[in-house]
Design a protein around this ligand. Structure first.
Ligand SMILES: Cc1cc2nc3c(=O)[nH]c(=O)nc-3n(C[C@H](O)[C@H](O)[C@H](O)COP(=O)(O)OP(=O)(O)OC[C@H]3O[C@@H](n4cnc5c(N)ncnc54)[C@H](O)[C@@H]3O)c2cc1C
Length: 414
């Protein structure tokens, strides 16, 4: 009888696991709560009206259409029973011989979940569209009320969290609010636009070397971003944020400060770290169950005694590795090799044509780093259409400084 493999999540980890199982005589079910694979690294460009959702999201079913051994299921996994080897959705279940869990993470508000409604985080297309509408609506309000009242709160943007996502959003908002978009408005005074990036530790981009994080800070400042380090957000309301002891009036707060993983991982009854990630062994499986694998952002996987970061290359490499490992197990091969991580480095972009890049001891910043960033991101987009589309949008923006996707589609209530 064919072995049953269930993969939960069609993100970077799950999709690569499914692809690595190509050609295997097995019954593979890939379950995802959305119908698309999302290229999260470019999500901030959807949130800041530079790209359309379709440029960075692709139907999982279409990606795997030629892979006959995979069945794609749209549905949310609500629980897992390891004893019965079953994965439950709302109204049915799937049995497995091997289970791959690659469900990524959501943002964490560190126990203040009520902040989410006023300070959305950025993980999904819906999050990005919500942020985009919030930003665009705020400019519309500033334009409409500028002659009658102070509009500072509509022109103040507070981004919480100085990691790559926070830095990228802050840079992009600075560009659109100070350079790109305001040419289209008559009343808004660009000198009044404030962008604050709030970071609790002593520097932004703390996973990079100090000199690169200093460079990123100075580039952000040139774009007009105020970077506040060693600063804590203490309260968030609809129209203000308390930053240390300063109450800042703003209706634009974006959360980019922390991650947590789905509660369904608790069903696995295994070791979970403080961020809710499953602690896996060197084969990316549970210590007590070698038929259950957890990869990507949901896993705490140590390599050379260091926990691997929550970035796309980790999830992709683990996905490929797990696919091969399951194949070897099904074929009864012995001497299985543990996971080896190849560090390809990290990069983050700052505004239109600046970035930082670090690969081991090699470091680069400025325009060349941004070129490398652009090429890598284009390369990893899934289809030729998307690669072409994103590249042409970037070239157009680079030349014209104009973003095209500035639509507010929900009812505005103003
Ligand atoms: C805004 C942003 C910017 C980023 N920038 C970079 C970057 O520049 N470089 C980089 O390397 N990394 C970046 N990352 C991180 C990178 O995207 C993640 O590390 C990577 O996506 C993790 O892959 P994954 O497979 O673990 O999870 P994901 O890619 O998040 O996929 C998880 C999948 O599981 C599905 N899912 C979740 N729960 C369930 C459930 N209960 N039932 C069914 N399906 C479920 C989701 O719908 C999703 O499709 C960024 C992340 C974000 C959010």
């Amino acid at each position: 009888m064919k072995k049953k493999i269930v993969i939960i999540g069609g993100g970077f980890g799950g999709l690569n696991a499914a692809k690595a199982l190509k050609g295997l005589e097995a019954e593979i079910s890939l379950i995802d709560q959305t119908n698309h694979h999302l290229f999260q690294p470019l999500l901030y460009q959807v949130a800041t009206a530079a790209l359309s959702p379709g440029d960075i999201a692709f139907p999982i079913r279409a990606i795997l259409k030629k892979q006959k051994n995979v069945k794609v299921i749209l549905g949310e996994v609500t629980s897992i029973n390891r004893n019965d080897k079953k994965v439950f959705l709302k109204d049915d279940y799937y049995e497995y011989d091997y289970l791959v869990i690659a469900i990524g993470s959501r943002h964490s508000y560190f126990g203040n979940s009520e902040w989410e409604k006023n300070a959305p985080g950025l993980k999904t297309i819906s999050d990005a569209l919500r942020i985009r509408e919030k930003i665009l609506l705020s400019f519309e309000k500033a334009e409409r009320y500028a002659e009658r009242q102070s509009v500072d709160k509509y022109l103040t943007f507070v981004i919480v969290g100085g990691g790559p996502t926070g830095v990228e959003i802050a840079g992009a908002i600075a560009e659109i609010s100070k350079k790109t978009m305001l040419k289209n408005f008559r009343k808004i005074d660009t000198t009044k636009t404030k962008i604050l990036l709030v970071e609790a530790t002593n520097r932004i981009l703390s996973s990079y070397d100090n000199d690169l994080s200093e460079k990123a800070k100075s580039e952000l400042e040139k774009l007009g971003v105020t970077v506040l380090t060693n600063t804590m957000v203490k309260q968030i309301n609809e129209e203000s944020v308390l930053v240390d002891d300063d109450l800042i009036a703003t209706s634009n707060i974006i959360w980019a400060a922390g991650n947590e993983v789905s509660k369904i991982l608790k069903d696995l009854a295994t070791e979970i770290d403080k961020a809710g990630r499953v602690v896996v062994n060197e084969f990316c499986s549970l210590k007590e169950d070698d038929s259950v694998f957890v990869i990507g952002d949901s896993a705490n996987c140590k390599y050379k005694d260091v926990s691997l970061p929550g970035i796309a290359p980790v999830a992709m490499q683990q996905g490929k590795y797990i696919g091969k490992l399951i194949e070897q197990k099904i074929k009864g091969e012995k001497n299985l090799k543990p996971f080896i991580y190849f560090d390809k480095g990290s990069m983050a972009t700052i505004g239109r044509a600046k970035a930082i890049l670090q690969v081991g001891k090699f470091k680069l910043s400025g325009f060349l780093a941004w070129l490398a960033w652009s090429l890598v991101h284009i390369f990893f987009l899934i289809t030729f259409r998307n690669k072409y589309k994103v590249m042409s949008e970037w070239i157009w923006y680079y030349i014209s400084l104009r973003h095209g996707i500035r639509l507010i589609t929900n009812r505005t209530n103003i």
